[in-house]
Design a protein around this ligand. Structure first.
Ligand SMILES: [Zn+2]
Length: 170
């Protein structure tokens, strides 16, 4: 097999975007689901095959950058938890602190799950399995993937699932 794709395009530096993350710290959840990477949306060429090599490369870059953001955020959440755990001694402070703690733990949990999803998506790209709906096998579509790079279902199946879920939960 001729896999001579050693010429890697350098992935854009994260420095600028990491600065943006510190701003998001006031509301830790805001930055997570947000995939405002510096990578411009992919513009397919005319007649370009869905999930072409270039397309896959693009989404790998997007996912890797996102993972990088997330790693930064997780580190911050962790540091935050650690330093705060040592400060307040006042019981009133402690009560509100515990609330914050719970919140940050949930954030951390979400971050961890998301990191897993990103890793799975990257793996799927490598396996040539990315971008196709897990339920019906249709294209998930570039647009949807740009908005949700970890999407595993097309919008139709996703909507259907949500309706079913709602019906089940009454
Ligand atoms: Zn589907």
């Amino acid at each position: 097999m001729a896999t001579t794709k050693t010429k890697k395009k350098p992935i854009k530096k994260v420095s600028k975007t990491t600065r943006k993350i510190s701003k998001a710290m006031a509301n830790p959840s805001s930055g997570i689901a947000n995939n405002k990477s510096k990578i411009a949306p992919y513009k397919p060429k005319k007649n370009e095959k869905y999930m072409s090599a270039a397309m896959k490369k693009h989404f790998i870059a997007v996912l890797l950058l996102w993972k990088e953001h997330l790693k930064e955020e997780m580190k911050k959440t962790f540091d935050h938890l650690k330093t705060k755990g040592e400060t307040y001694a006042d019981p009133v402070d402690r009560a509100s602190q515990e609330e914050e703690f719970a919140f940050e733990l949930r954030t951390r949990d979400r971050e961890r799950k998301l990191t897993n999803k990103i890793a799975i998506s990257i793996e799927k790209i490598k396996q040539d399995d990315y971008g196709w709906c897990d339920s019906c096998g249709d294209e998930i579509g570039i647009k949807r993937l740009e908005a949700r790079p970890t999407a595993t279902h097309c919008i139709h199946c996703k909507t259907l699932d949500e309706i079913k879920e709602k019906q089940l939960s009454g």
